[in-house]
Design a protein around this ligand. Structure first.
Ligand code: FES
Length: 107
């Protein structure tokens, strides 16, 4: 299973393993990453699963889709080119070693 590092706004990191085919949000939620609220359960309808993809990974993870970009307008923390809704990022073997950062608030 791909290993993914979550780093919170204080700089504290945690490595978790997420099965291929799961979303980044599902992996974080199942591992108890508190910074991911995921209030809508992955329906791209809440923006409380906002993460910042590490700059080195932005191209490999890919761009927001239009619905996701609209929903990110409602994110509690500022968004930028690294922002993704973690429920919309599907984990694949290519994401082994991915690093993501969580915002200081989800709302
Ligand atoms: S869990 Fe609600 S938008 Fe991702």
């Amino acid at each position: 299973m791909p290993k993914i590092t979550f780093t919170d706004h204080t700089g504290t990191s945690r490595d978790i393993e997420v099965a291929e085919g799961r979303s980044l949000m599902e992996g974080a939620r199942d591992a108890g990453i508190d910074a991911i609220a995921a209030d809508c359960g992955g329906a791209c309808a809440c923006a409380t699963c906002h993460v910042y993809i590490d700059d080195a990974w932005v191209d490999r993870v890919g761009a927001q889709d239009p619905n996701e970009a609209d929903m990110l307008d409602f994110a509690a923390a500022p968004t930028d080119h690294r922002s993704r809704l973690s429920c919309q990022v599907r984990v694949t073997a290519a994401l082994e070693g991915l690093s993501v950062h969580t915002p200081d608030t989800q709302g």
